[in-house]
Design a protein around this ligand. Structure first.
Ligand code: C2O
Ligand code: CU
Length: 420
């Protein structure tokens, strides 16, 4: 989906989707019955997202990873009542990346995402066209949204019945909303844009063959060069772009993306009539944590703590009427985030900040691994870990920061920062 005269229409609606053969599941979607479109925008372009709420309940439209004013960000303050429309106009001011969008109303985010409200935003820039990356949508460049769900016997969603305070985990995997998916690709290099769109589950992706792949992008842009990896873990909200070289496999090869337990997440079918030789540039970006940023003092400290309904940040739970921090527009500050373990050991919290892409300066005092040296908007923090981030907002307004386990976010593991 591309802007027409600068406008993209995005409507949240309910519908029925045949996820399982012969059964209709009641679902939510953007512009369709389930999930949403891929919206493609260019750096420098001024676009209007014309949002409309055709649901029977209030919602918001949050652009996860987009550098946008607080007013346009679609957090819990920007509620759209049933039937209401709202234009969000902004200029794309960030480089090529795979971002996404989903609702964010207070108290109903987790359920609305669960029912199917999630879509993708691709940002393209001048640089991205010169890198030789596979970029034919649906041919050698695929969005892959991973979500786990629980269905009732009638194959419906009953979110409230299965809700878990520490994150709702499903027993059924959907990829791009498809049950039992299979992806046909050519005998060539293929780009997979992975999004962990689950409420709470973490995924470790690897190839069942044990072969390696290359990661080329993080949440918010390209890595400086392709990083060779044997597996990658994504927590909720995180994205990665990877390149898998299928040219060495044949059609009778059983090749699949699997998780750490070797459970198949996505099997591939190779069409060996389709080949290409693609040379990917070795130099993709010029991302760096500068010495100046490294030497900045910590000016914001956050402590993530607790489980279930007792989750908190700095001992507090979310309050719509409380601003927790302020920061100056355009000024970089170092945020230090500590995941304080509890008697049970604690949990990984994927920590997300709205309206910006940040840099990971250090993890437990050490330089982050090579595949995290790129723009991020969500960072996985393990129990006892301390992560330092260099955070700069290029726009003004009120933004959320929170754990992206959606039930933690809803239970109050969220705060607000006002950028002035
Ligand atoms: Cu992906 Cu506050 O959200
Ligand atoms: Cu959490």
């Amino acid at each position: 989906l591309e802007p027409k005269h600068g406008v993209v229409d995005i409507t949240a609606q309910q519908g029925k989707t045949e996820i399982f053969e012969g059964v209709e599941t009641e679902t939510y979607g953007y512009n369709g019955s389930f999930l949403g479109p891929v919206i493609r925008v260019n750096e420098g372009q001024t676009v209007t997202f014309r949002t409309k709420n055709n649901l029977a309940e209030p919602t918001t439209f949050h652009w996860h990873g987009v550098e946008i004013s607080g007013e346009g960000d679609g957090g819990p303050h920007q509620i759209l009542q049933p039937g209401a429309s709202h234009d969000v106009k902004f200029t794309v001011n960030q480089g090529a990346s795979t971002l996404w969008f989903h609702p964010h109303p207070e108290g109903a985010t987790a359920e609305q995402v669960y029912k199917g409200l999630a879509g993708l935003i691709y940002v393209e820039d001048e640089n991205s066209k010169k890198l030789g990356l596979p970029s034919k949508y649906g041919e050698n460049d695929f969005p892959l949204v991973f979500q786990d769900r629980v269905f009732t016997e009638e194959k419906q969603f009953d979110y409230q019945a299965v809700r878990n305070e520490d994150g709702t985990i499903g027993d059924t995997l959907l990829v791009n909303g498809t049950f039992n998916p299979k992806l046909t690709i050519g005998k060539e290099k293929v780009r997979l844009r992975l999004l962990n769109g689950s409420n709470a589950r973490n995924y470790t992706f690897k190839l069942n063959t044990g072969d390696k792949f290359q990661q080329v992008a993080t949440d918010g842009g390209f890595l400086n060069k392709p990083i060779t990896m044997s597996e990658i873990t994504l927590t909720p909200g995180e994205r990665a772009e990877i390149i898998v070289d299928f040219s060495k496999y044949d059609a009778d090869h059983n090749i699949a993306l699997v998780n750490e337990e070797n459970t198949i997440l996505l099997p591939f079918h190779i069409d060996d009539q389709k080949t290409s030789s693609i040379e990917i540039s070795d130099s993709l970006n010029d991302f760096a944590v500068t010495d100046e940023e490294r030497n900045l003092p910590v000016t914001k400290k956050l402590e993530l703590f607790g489980m279930g309904p007792m989750v908190s940040i700095n001992g507090k739970q979310f309050d719509m009427n409380r601003i927790d921090f302020t920061q100056k527009q355009g000024e970089t500050e170092i945020w230090e985030i500590y995941n304080k373990p509890d008697m049970m050991g604690g949990m990984i919290h994927p920590f997300h900040i709205h309206g910006t892409q940040f840099k990971i300066v250090s993890i437990d005092g050490k330089e982050p691994p090579a595949n995290l040296q790129g723009w991020k908007d969500t960072v996985s923090i393990e129990p006892s870990q301390t992560v330092k981030l260099a955070v700069k907002f290029n726009n003004k307004g009120i933004y959320m920061f929170h754990c992206h386990v959606l039930e933690h976010e809803e239970n109050g593991m969220m705060g607000q920062i006002e950028v002035k």
